[in-house]
Design a protein around this ligand. Structure first.
Ligand code: PAF
Length: 291
């Protein structure tokens, strides 16, 4: 596995692969990898000839009072994990390489990033889309893999790719959960054992809302209310939002007949966690599921 720090070298590596006719699969990460990241890399391995992953804790997607300084990092461990899934090259730039002095260009997806996490994390998605656009230009992938856990991020990147004519296919991948339901996240490392237990309220809330959806929900608001009720039973969980939105537009959902994203953001102790589920059965298939 090659480790590449400079943008120029990374681009030369990708151009050489493209010249050989190889298809490049790319998995961008901020490191401190877990099984969720590895699932993306395995899929990239399956679908592409050359697999590139990036490890870069992107400062522009953190707000001034967020966890940039203490974001968990362990590059050696990350490399050992990437070796196990046969990543070919790791792009690991430093911040000065990524944002040289004088940089002043941003990529911003406007509407899709207004609500949900965009409301409480101003500037976050602008940082994400800017760095992902740069990473695409540097690594020149044919395919890029993103987890559905960061659903709003995924939608914003899909929109950016369509709007700016990036020649890359975005491959969404399902959320990977621990055996007890907790969605995998690098930030789970912040949770102490007690908080780790409380954090299960998020996935439990989504499961309860899913039952509601299948059995007796009349409106999208019923789903959010069912999830909220579960979260509110847990004093240690401070809700930031629980929303049922249209899974395409991320606008407030108005009907159960269109795919719905039920999304949660909450703090457990000092740790901000997100989780979601996409509900996409029609009334007829819900009838069938109940039968
Ligand atoms: O999902 C992440 O880890 C980050 O937002 C990404 C896509 C690597 C951009 O920094």
């Amino acid at each position: 596995m090659e480790i590449i720090n400079s943008a120029r070298e990374m681009t030369l590596y990708s151009e050489a692969a493209r010249m050989r006719g190889a298809r490049i699969g790319f998995v961008p990460t901020m490191g401190f990898l877990h099984e969720g990241h590895l699932s993306l890399m395995r899929e990239a391995r399956r679908r592409a000839d050359v697999v590139i992953a990036s490890v870069f804790v992107n400062p522009t997607q953190f707000g001034p009072n967020e966890d940039l300084a203490k974001y968990p990092r362990n590059f050696e461990r990350d490399c050992a994990m990437m070796e196990t899934v046969a990543v070919d090259a790791v792009y690991a730039p430093d911040a000065a390489e990524m944002y040289p002095p004088g940089a002043q260009t941003w990529v911003e997806v406007t509407e899709l990033t207004r609500g949900l996490c965009g409301r409480s994390r101003p500037g976050h998605f602008r940082g994400v889309t800017t760095v992902v656009a740069k990473l695409f230009n540097i690594t020149k992938p044919h395919l890029a893999f993103f987890g559905e856990k960061d659903f709003q991020q995924l939608r914003a990147i899909e929109r950016m790719v369509a709007d700016l004519n990036f020649d890359v296919e975005i491959v969404p991948m399902p959320i990977v959960r621990e055996a007890d339901g907790l969605a995998m996240s690098s930030r789970n490392a912040y949770l102490d054992p007690h908080e780790r237990k409380q954090a299960l309220a998020l996935s439990r809330a989504l499961m309860v809302a899913r039952e509601k959806y299948l059995w007796d929900a009349r409106t999208p608001a019923d789903l959010a209310a069912a999830a909220r009720a579960v979260l509110e039973q847990n004093e240690a969980v401070k809700i930031e939002y629980v929303e049922a939105v249209d899974a395409e537009t991320l606008e407030a959902a108005v009907s159960l007949e269109r795919p719905i994203l039920l999304a949660i953001a909450a703090r457990v102790g000092n740790t901000r966690l997100i989780d979601n589920i996409v509900l996409r059965a029609s009334a007829v298939s819900r009838e069938r599921l109940r039968a």
